[in-house]
Design a protein around this ligand. Structure first.
Ligand code: BG6
Ligand code: BG6
Ligand code: GLC
Ligand code: GLC
Length: 917
C-alpha cells in the first residue's frame, strides 16, 4: 500500500516538475484571459478596418463579401454538381436537394488525390486536373450530356464581385500553383472544362469552405449565422449587415462575409504574442510573412510547431538527454494527428512514447510527460486564439442586432476540430467565458461544406432563371441596326406621302405647312407678347427684340393649367389662358398695352395662313371639348373679347418645333430643323416650296411641321411595338394615335416603364411579387424621375431612395432592375428619334443633290435636356444612319417663345405692305 502511494507521489512530483519545466520554457505561449480579451478587441478593430472602403486596401483581415445573402429557407431544390477543393481532401459530388417540406438532401461523392506536383505546379494544369476529375466523376455517375449547375467550394481567399466569379488573392496552406493569383477561378475552370465535350456544366457559385459550412449547418438550424473551419487552415465567415459593407452597394439585408482571419497579424498586429517558434515555422513555410494567425492555429502547422519546440528543448538539454534524432530534425515529421493522439485522455502518454520512438528517440517517462504537455500548450493556444477571434465576431453580431443577449449557432468543420480529443471542449469553454452574453450552439457539419454550397447554387440557379426572364423582356426594346434602318426608310416614305397632294389626306405624318418662309435676318425689332402652350409649362412672355445686335430680352411667367381645364371645355381653357395673360400684363405693368402676339401652340394645326390654325386633334395630355376642327386663333380672340379688358393683335400661331427652330436660327442661320423631345415628340424643317404640293408656288422654302408623332398610326411600325406600348396606348387619351410619339416622348416613356414593372412584378421578378397601389398609378414616372434614375453618378442607394419617394418600396436588386428597364426604354426612344431625324437629313441632302450636308438642328424638350443619355444616343444614331450628313445639335436655351416673337416680327413686317395695298 505504502509502495503504491510512493509511486503515485513520485509520479505526481515527476509530472509537476515536467509541467513546470515546459511551462517555463513556453511561457510566451500561455495566454492569459486578459490577453485573450485584448486580442478579441484587436480583431474587432481589424474587422472594422476590412469592411471600410478606404481602410480595406491596407487591412490584413480582408473581410471579403461573398454575395451570399440569405441562409437556406428550405425552398431550395434541384440537382447539382459540387467541387470541394482546398481542404485536406479533394472531392467531387452530386447533390440532390428536394423541397417538398422534408428537407431532403442526397449526396454521392468521390475523393480524388491532390499530388504536390499538381497543387504546386502550373496553374493551367491544376485546373485541367480538376476538370479531368469532374469529367471522370460525371462519367462514372452516368451524368454526361446532362446540363448541371455546379457549386465550387474553393477554400482560398477570393475577391468576388458576384457569386459566380472570384479572383484569387493569394494561395494559402499547401497550394502554390503558378499563374493563378489575380485571376478569376471560375473562368479558369470553365476554360479547362471545354476540353471535355461531354461535360455540360455551368459554374453558378464560388464559395469558401467557411460559407459552405455555415450554409450546411443553417439548413438544419436556421440560427446558424457563423461558419468556422479549424482544419488544414483556419477561417470564419458570418452574416454582416449590408449597411456595414462599404464595398458592396446597397444597405438592406445581410451578406455573408468571409473574414479570412488566417491573415490576422500579417501587418504586425500580433508580434507581441508570436514566439521564436512561430517565426521559425513561418520562415520554413510556403508563404513566409503570410497567414500568421493561421500558422498559430491550424492543423497544417500545429505538428510542426510541436516539432520545432521539441527540437529546441532537446538542444537546450531539456529533453531526451539532449539527444536529437535525425527524424526530429526533418520538417513535417510531426503532424496534427500525432498531436491529437498524444493528447488523448487515457492512451495519450502511451501514444506519446510510441510516436517519439517512431521518431527515432529514446524518451524517458519524464520526456513523455513533457512532450505531452508541449502539445497541450500548443493546441490550447490554438483554441484560445480561435476563441478570441470568434468572440469578436459574436460580439459584432450581437451589436449589429442591438441585443443584450445573442442566441446563435456556429457551424463548425475541419479535421483539427473533429479529431482532436480536447479541442472542441476547450474552444467552447473559452468562447463562453469571453462572451458571457451570448448563448452559442456549436454545430458540427457532418457532411462537409457541400450541402451548403448546393444551397447557394440552388438560389443562384433560381436567380439565373429570373434574370433570363428579365433579359427577355429587355430584349424586346433592343433594336438591331436593320430595324432602325427600316424605321428610317418607313419614315422617309411617310414624309413623301404627306407632301404629295394625292396621298396627303391619308398620310400618318401630316406634313403641315406653317407659312413660315424664311429665317430671321437680324433686322427684326420691337416688343412682342408670346404665349407658349402645350409643353410641360404654360408661359406668357414679353419679348423685346433689338435690331442689328441680335439681342433679345425676355420676361416670362409660368402658369399652371389644372388638369380639369386641360380636359374641360374649350371655352374654359381659353378663358383661363386669357386670365393668365391679364395677370401677366398686370404683373409687368402693361395693362392696356396693345401688343402684337405670337402664339406657340404645340398641337397639330392645319394652317392656311400664319395667323390661322385649325386644331386637327389634341395630342399629349390635352382633351378640351369643342376645339378640334376650330381655329385656335379665333378661339383666343373670342376669349379676349369675352373678357373685354384688353385687345391684342394675334399675328402668328406657331408650333413649338417651329418656334424652337427660329430661336436657334437666330444664333445659327444654318439651323433648318426644329426638334422637340419633351412631353411630346415632333420635328419641323425647311422644305423646298416645289416639293410642297399643297401650297401654291415653287420658289424658296417653307417650314413644314411634320407632326411625326403620328408616324406608325397605320400600323407600319407595329413589328417593333411591344405589348407594353400597346398597354400605354390603350390607357392614353388618344388610343391608336401618335404611336411613334408614344414610343419616344417623355409623357409616355415613364408609362412604358410602369407597364413593364407591373408585368415583371406579376411574374414575381420584382417588388417581391406585390403590385402596390402606387405602381398602379398612372404617370408616376415623370421624365425628371427617369432622368434621375438613369444618372450614372447615382449610387444604387440613391436610385432606391428615388423609388421610395415615388412610393415604391424596393430592394436594391429591384432598383438595379428598374434602372435597367428605364435604360432600355429611353435608349430605344432615342434611337427611334434618331432614325426619324436621319430620314429627314438624308432627304434634305438628296433633295439638294449634295455629297455632304451640313445642317443644324435646333432642339428643345425636357427629355433631351434632362436625360443623361438620350441626346448622346440620338446623335450617335443619326451619325450611324446618315453618315453623309454633318448634323450639329443646338440646344434652345430660351424656349420657343423667342422664336415665336421673331416670327411675329417678320409677319408684322410683311403685314404692313399688305395692309397698305
Ligand atoms: C471539409 C469541407 O469537411 O472540411 C471542406 O467539406 C473544408 O470544404 C474542410 O475545406 C476543412 O477541413 P480540413 O481539415 O480538410 O482542411
Ligand atoms: C419649351 C418650349 O422649352 O419646350 C415649348 O418653350 C416646348 O414651346 C417645350 O413645347 C417642349 O418640351 P417639354 O418637355 O416642356 O414638353
Ligand atoms: C485558409 C484559406 C481560407 C479557408 C481556410 C480553411 O485560411 O485562406 O479561405 O477558409 O484556409 O480551409
Ligand atoms: C405633340 C404635338 C406637336 C408638338 C409636340 C411637341 O406631338 O402634336 O404639335 O410639336 O407634341 O410638343
Amino acid at each position: 500500500m505504502f509502495a503504491v502511494h510512493l509511486v503515485a507521489f513520485y509520479f505526481t512530483k515527476l509530472k509537476e516538475d515536467q509541467i513546470k519545466k515546459v511551462d517555463r520554457f513556453l511561457y510566451h505561449m500561455r495566454l492569459s484571459d486578459e490577453t485573450l480579451l485584448d486580442i478579441m478587441a484587436r480583431f474587432q478593430a481589424e474587422m472594422e478596418k476590412g469592411l471600410g472602403k478606404d481602410t480595406n486596401p491596407t487591412a490584413s483581415v480582408k473581410m471579403l463579401p461573398t454575395f451570399v445573402r440569405a441562409i437556406p429557407d428550405g425552398s431550395e431544390n434541384g440537382e447539382f454538381l459540387s467541387l470541394d477543393l482546398g481542404g485536406s481532401k479533394f472531392r467531387v459530388l452530386k447533390v440532390q436537394v428536394s423541397e417538398e417540406g422534408k428537407r431532403n438532401v442526397q449526396m454521392e461523392s468521390q475523393f480524388y488525390p491532390t499530388p504536390n506536383e499538381i497543387i504546386r505546379g502550373n496553374g493551367t494544369e491544376l485546373f485541367e486536373y480538376v476538370a479531368d476529375c469532374l469529367a471522370d466523376f460525371v462519367r462514372t455517375k452516368g451524368l454526361q450530356h446532362k446540363k448541371l449547375p455546379l457549386g465550387f467550394t474553393f477554400s482560398f481567399p477570393c475577391r468576388q464581385t458576384k457569386l459566380e466569379e472570384g479572383v484569387l488573392l493569394s494561395w494559402t496552406k499547401k497550394f502554390k500553383a503558378r499563374g493563378v493569383q489575380e485571376t478569376d477561378i471560375v473562368s479558369r475552370l470553365t476554360k479547362a472544362m471545354r476540353k471535355h465535350k461531354d461535360l455540360d456544366v455551368d459554374i453558378l457559385a464560388l464559395v469558401n469552405d467557411t460559407v459552405g459550412t455555415m450554409m450546411t449547418c443553417a439548413y438544419d438550424d436556421p440560427y446558424c449565422e457563423v461558419g468556422v473551419i479549424i482544419g488544414t487552415g483556419t477561417n470564419a465567415c458570418y452574416m454582416e449587415d449590408m449597411s456595414n459593407i462599404d464595398l458592396v452597394e446597397g444597405d438592406e439585408g445581410r451578406m455573408c462575409i468571409n473574414t479570412e482571419w488566417g491573415a490576422f497579424g500579417d501587418d504586425g498586429a500580433l508580434e507581441d504574442i508570436r514566439t521564436e517558434f512561430d517565426r521559425e515555422l513561418d520562415l520554413g513555410s510556403l508563404n513566409p510573412g503570410k497567414q500568421l494567425f493561421e500558422k498559430m492555429i491550424s492543423g497544417l502547422y500545429l505538428g510542426e510547431l510541436v516539432r520545432l519546440i521539441l527540437l529546441n528543448m532537446a538542444k537546450a538539454g531539456l529533453l531526451f538527454g539532449g539527444v536529437k534524432s535525425s527524424t526530429l530534425l526533418t520538417k513535417g515529421k510531426i503532424e496534427t494527428q500525432h498531436v491529437a493522439a498524444m493528447e488523448k485522455y487515457k492512451e495519450g502518454l502511451a501514444n506519446t512514447r510510441e510516436i517519439l520512438v517512431d521518431l527515432g528517440l529514446e524518451p524517458s517517462e519524464a520526456d513523455c510527460i513533457a512532450v505531452q504537455h508541449v502539445c497541450t500548450i500548443v493546441s490550447f493556444r490554438s483554441a484560445n486564439l480561435c476563441a478570441s477571434a470568434l468572440a469578436a465576431i459574436l460580439t459584432r453580431l450581437r451589436e449589429n442586432k442591438k441585443l443584450a443577449r445573442l442566441r446563435t449557432t456556429v457551424g463548425m468543420d475541419g479535421t483539427l476540430y473533429k479529431i482532436h480529443p480536447q479541442y472542441p471542449k476547450r474552444l467552447h469553454k473559452v468562447v463562453r467565458k469571453l462572451v458571457p452574453n451570448c448563448d452559442v450552439r456549436f454545430l458540427l457539419s457532418e457532411s462537409g461544406s457541400t450541402k451548403g454550397a448546393a444551397m447557394v447554387t440552388a438560389v443562384a440557379c433560381r436567380v439565373q432563371a429570373q434574370r433570363k426572364q428579365i433579359d427577355e423582356v429587355l430584349a424586346l426594346f433592343q433594336l438591331t441596326r436593320q430595324q432602325l434602318v427600316d424605321v428610317q426608310g418607313k419614315m422617309r416614305a411617310e414624309l413623301e406621302y404627306g407632301l404629295k397632294r394625292k396621298t396627303h389626306a391619308l398620310a400618318t405624318v401630316k406634313m403641315l405647312p406653317t407659312y413660315v418662309y424664311g429665317m430671321p435676318d437680324g433686322t427684326e425689332k420691337g416688343k412682342y407678347l408670346a404665349l407658349d402652350l402645350g409643353g410641360t409649362n404654360f408661359r406668357v412672355l414679353l419679348v423685346k427684340i433689338r435690331s442689328g445686335r441680335r439681342s433679345v430680352r425676355m420676361y416670362n411667367k409660368i402658369f399652371a393649367i389644372p388638369l380639369e381645364i386641360m380636359q374641360g371645355t374649350g371655352e374654359e381653357l381659353f378663358d383661363h389662358i386669357v386670365q393668365c395673360i391679364a395677370d401677366f400684363l398686370d404683373y409687368m405693368g402693361l395693362k392696356g398695352a396693345q401688343l402684337p402676339l405670337g402664339f406657340t401652340f404645340s398641337f397639330p394645326c392645319r394652317q392656311a395662313n400664319i395667323d390661322k390654325g385649325t386644331l386637327i386633334e389634341w395630342t399629349k395630355g390635352f382633351k378640351a371639348t369643342d376645339c378640334e376642327g376650330e381655329d385656335v386663333v379665333d378661339m383666343l380672340r373670342e376669349a379676349i373679347k369675352r373678357r373685354n379688358e384688353f385687345d391684342l393683335d394675334i399675328v402668328a400661331v406657331v408650333n413649338d418645333t417651329v418656334g424652337t427652330m427660329m430661336t436657334c436660327a437666330y444664333e445659327d442661320p444654318n439651323c433648318e430643323i426644329g426638334l422637340i423631345a419633351g412631353t411630346g415628340s415632333n420635328m419641323c424643317y425647311m422644305e423646298e416650296m416645289r416639293n410642297i404640293e399643297l401650297v401654291e408656288g415653287n420658289e424658296g422654302k417653307m417650314c413644314i411641321n411634320t407632326e411625326w408623332g403620328g408616324f406608325g398610326d397605320n400600323g407600319c411600325i407595329d413589328d417593333i411595338r411591344t405589348q407594353y406600348d400597346m398597354e400605354v396606348d390603350e390607357g392614353s387619351l388618344n388610343p391608336g394615335k401618335q404611336r411613334y410619339e408614344k414610343m419616344t416622348s417623355g409623357m409616355y416613356l415613364g408609362e412604358i416603364v410602369r407597364q413593364i414593372l407591373i408585368d415583371l412584378t406579376k411574374q414575381g421578378l420584382l417588388f417581391r411579387g406585390r403590385i402596390s397601389e402606387r405602381l398602379r398609378t398612372r404617370g408616376i414616372f415623370e421624365t425628371k424621375f427617369l432622368s434621375q434614375i438613369e444618372s450614372d453618378r447615382l449610387a444604387l442607394l440613391q436610385v432606391r431612395r428615388i423609388l421610395q419617394q415615388l412610393g415604391l418600396d424596393s430592394t436594391c436588386e429591384d432598383s438595379i432592375v428598374v434602372k435597367e428597364v428605364c435604360g432600355a426604354v429611353s435608349r430605344r426612344a432615342a434611337q427611334l428619334c434618331g432614325a426619324g431625324l436621319a430620314a429627314i437629313v438624308e432627304k434634305r441632302r438628296q433633295d439638294q443633290r449634295l455629297e455632304h450636308l451640313k445642317i443644324t438642328v435646333g432642339v428643345d424638350g425636357t427629355l433631351y435636356k434632362l436625360h443623361p443619355h438620350f441626346s448622346l444616343v440620338l446623335q450617335e444614331t443619326v451619325k450611324e444612319l446618315a453618315p453623309q450628313c454633318d448634323v450639329m445639335f443646338l440646344l434652345s436655351e430660351d424656349g420657343s417663345g423667342k422664336g415665336a416673337a421673331l416670327i411675329t416680327a417678320v409677319a408684322k413686317r410683311l403685314q404692313q405692305p399688305r395692309r397698305e395695298n
